[in-house]
Design a protein around this ligand. Structure first.
Ligand code: FA5
Length: 351
């Protein structure tokens, strides 16, 4: 038995040096140490030894096993180092003089529509604001007259973070900060607040042809003395006729949002089906595009503005839906698909 063990030790030393890859090495390991391996079969014979021989032989078996295992571990390390070296040597070196193989990129249709809306509103004296995607409960709900436990929260299935903040579910979340930013100029210098803030919104939606879990809105607010619903309608009409460059059928119907009073839903006749009804408009012929209304006194108060003296309107334009209608995209999910083939058909020629 002892000779057999010595033979295994010699074999391990001799054959391991010729092995050059990990698969071959694994086969060799199984041949010696596997369930039916040479060393394992010797172990099985230990039962036939006398009580005196067994511990002596047991010690030799352990020594040979440890020796073989160590040799195999060393070999693994050696093979891996060699493989890494080969990989480094075969990696092509970046050559700045090689001509680039690039085709011209294009803007995402939502970017195109967003820029177009920004241009339209800037020309009417609105500032374009930027706002974060992670907001507080106060910004997204409480400052908008939606206290905790208010049923209106159910309309937006929101992604909360562990720290209690949330992914913005509506661009209205920026309203409070905008009022606070510009209220002094309004009160002291009589400069009306006129701002838009486009941004990405997130909701835990059951997605379909007109609902995504990640989509863009563009909020707009105007606050001054004597602002009325007529001002709101004027700006909405101007925006739509500029974006589409043609007459669009719209309808205004009552809508409930705790942060406006009165509130409206502004729908446009679906441009995919011409108002006949299709999956893009949930077969109604109309697409909810831009809810709006007169800013609720409590919301103005939370922004530090006296509602007895000032009034204003706010709207929340669905930018992603606007892009669908403008470019005839039938399924909203195509816009987030990342398919370069689909997106490459849009160019920035119009901007
Ligand atoms: C709001 O988010 C309000 N903050 C809008 C508002 C602002 C009202 C100011 C009054 C005053 P709503 O949940 O309806 O409302 O969303 C507004 C628009 O965003 C919708 O009309 C639609 O065009 C778009 N929108 C909403 N959810 C989705 C979605 N899951 N996927 C794509 N677009 C969406």
């Amino acid at each position: 038995m002892k000779e057999k063990l010595e033979a295994i030790r010699t074999k391990a030393e001799a054959e391991l040096s010729a092995i050059t890859d990990l698969i071959e090495l694994e086969n060799f390991r199984v041949q010696l140490l596997g369930k039916k391996g040479e060393l394992t079969s010797i172990l099985k014979m230990m039962g036939s030894l006398s009580a005196e021989e067994r511990p002596v032989m047991g010690q030799v078996v352990n020594e040979v096993r440890a020796f073989v295992e160590q040799k195999i571990a060393e070999k693994i390390k050696e093979i891996k180092e060699l493989e890494l070296k080969k990989e480094i040597e075969s990696t092509p070196v970046f050559d700045i003089s090689v001509p680039a193989n690039l085709t011209r990129g294009s803007y995402h249709p939502i970017t195109l529509v967003q820029r177009q809306c920004e241009t339209i509103f800037k020309s009417m004296g609105f500032t374009v604001e930027d706002y974060s995607e992670v907001v507080t409960d106060y910004e997204c709900f409480e400052s908008l007259n939606i206290p905790k436990d208010h049923p209106a929260r159910d309309m937006q299935d929101t992604y909360y973070l562990e720290n209690g903040q949330l992914l913005k579910s509506q661009t209205s979340a920026a309203q409070n900060a905008i009022y606070k930013k510009y209220k002094d100029a309004l009160v002291n210098d009589g400069v009306p607040i006129k701002a838009i803030f486009p941004g990405r919104c997130f909701r835990n939606e059951a997605t379909d042809a007109c609902h995504e879990n990640t989509f863009f809105q563009m909020e707009g607010v105007m606050v001054d003395k004597d602002i009325s619903i007529s001002n709101l309608i004027y700006f909405m009409k101007t925006m739509l006729s500029e974006v589409f460059q043609k007459d669009i059928k719209v309808r205004l119907r009552p809508g409930f949002f705790p942060f406006v009073e009165p509130g409206f839903e502004l729908d446009i006749s679906c441009l995919i089906c011409g108002g006949e009804g299709c999956p893009s408009c949930k077969h109604s012929g109309w697409l909810e595009l831009c809810p709006c209304g007169m800013i609720h006194p409590e919301v103005l108060k939370a922004g530090g503005i006296d509602p007895e003296e000032y009034t204003g309107f706010a709207f929340g334009l669905g930018l992603t839906r606007l892009a669908m209608m403008k470019y005839g995209v039938k399924d909203i999910r195509d816009l987030n698909s990342g398919s370069l083939k689909a997106l490459s058909q849009f160019t920035d020629d119009e901007n």
